[in-house]
Design a protein around this ligand. Sequence first.
Ligand code: GLC
Length: 558
Amino acid sequence: MKEQFEWWRTATIYQIYPKSFCDSGSQGTGDIQGIISKLDYLKTLGVDAIWLTPVYSSPMIDNGYDISDYYNINPDFGAMADFDKLLEQAHQRGIRIVMDIVVNHTSTEHAWFQSALGDKNSPYRDYYIWKDPVDGGAPTNWQSKFGGNAWELDEATGQYYLHLFAKEQADLNWENPQVRREVKDVISFWAEKGVDGFRLDVINLISKQQDFSNDCLGDGRRFYTDGPRVHEYLQEISDEVFQKYGSVTVGEMSSTTLEHCQQYSSVDGKELSMVFNFHHLKVDYSNGEKWTKAPFDFLQLKEIFNHWQQGLNGKGWGALFWCNHDQPRIVSRLGNDQQYRVESAKMLAASVHMMQGTPYVYQGEEIGMTNPGYTSIEQYRDVESTNMYDIMVNELGVSKQDMLAILAQKSRDNSRTPMQWNSSQYAGFSAGKPWLDVAGNYPEINAEKAVADDNSVFHFYRRLIELRKEIEVITTGDYSDMMPEHKNIFCYKRESQSQVLICINNYYGEVVECFLPKSIDLDQGEFVLSNYAGVTEQSPSHCFALQPYETRVLLINR
Ligand code: GLC
């Protein structure tokens, strides 16, 4: 069946955050040699590709999302020779490499910005977005995603530059064809090396409305999200670069819509292969506000999945994911990371892996790693977290204790703690003290233990990755939510000409009765996966009890 599809439609992609993955020495930060040493582990897991978050030269204000040279490797991670070795070693094992491309902005240390700063006549001035002050201050009220106004003054020229993220991340001016030429050159350079694909950072923010007006309704995002020329720009790069090299591409889409994503990932292949959207990861934001501590809205979660699964089917393609380097650990977030850690980690995994799309597994997710539960602001390193702490505590008067509780739930550092390899000091991540504290539970939760235990979260992920290749309906089937109103159960059906697959999940810690409609013919049905012992041996019935965080996958061949 594989030949029928592009490889990535039946693939699973593993995300590596190099700084926290594996240190081959004792500097306390991960490196490329460390990644090479773990390729066999990834082969055992069965992933098809690695998405590597940025390893380019960078002052690391935003851990590599602030690039100062697109053509070189950050010496903290290694040299270009190490990268070449990684590519070769991964390919030898049949694992592809997807690079992260950050081209909405560059570091302010990039040579282009350094030339542009303070010099209106620099040939690079127009690579960035400069505006005169308005009423003696910032040109607009747009907010940076990391807090504060999105404009920074260049004192020498009296103009402001735009930075939608940290002030050390200056937005590129995509209206300038020269900038687009540079971007295409950068991507071609890596494609020529043999890199198999690209993950495009916040790519739906590259086209800004050119009148740069104040946003009296919000933080400015409506003037640059899915902006006026974004599809044109993506088609241009796709046409000149992606299609030429046959690269797989995944765009990170911030606050986007289904309609735009249908076009970004449209099946005619004119823009990108697939998209990440984040709507399902905002169900624990109170009134859309991230910096709050709130329980998650289960019915809304199901509704969002339904909207996207049905909306992309036959039109586009989505990435399936819970975790990445910007999101807290899912088992701590929607599961129960204490009593039912293993059960809930598996249930959450099954509930997205049985959908249509390409699953992404973020390092440590496959062993059920948890949020670390930091209790002091000194433990945090993330620029967004420390900025927000400052703003909320010092400007908005939130108590330190409340803000620490919010960070413990929402901070990006929750997922950036060092990968837990074994129970030796520093979890086997490094011979030296890690840049970010290891979670205290590493003696129990680590890769060595997980690989040795047939019932571990690791082996459950391994099975999910295999099932995607074995069962056609996972790739092709329609999607429908069978119990949209149910308060505890998430049960959806995938259906193709020849197969029906039903994925049944209890999202809570209580036993609950599940009733499947009598119209489902169970004669040819079998449970192909479960996170409780004995279930796959049973013959399916229409009524059964689901244990806490139980998941069952029922397959019916027609
Ligand atoms: C993306 C990255 C995030 C980064 C931001 C700015 O959202 O995933 O880590 O901070 O873009 O580049």
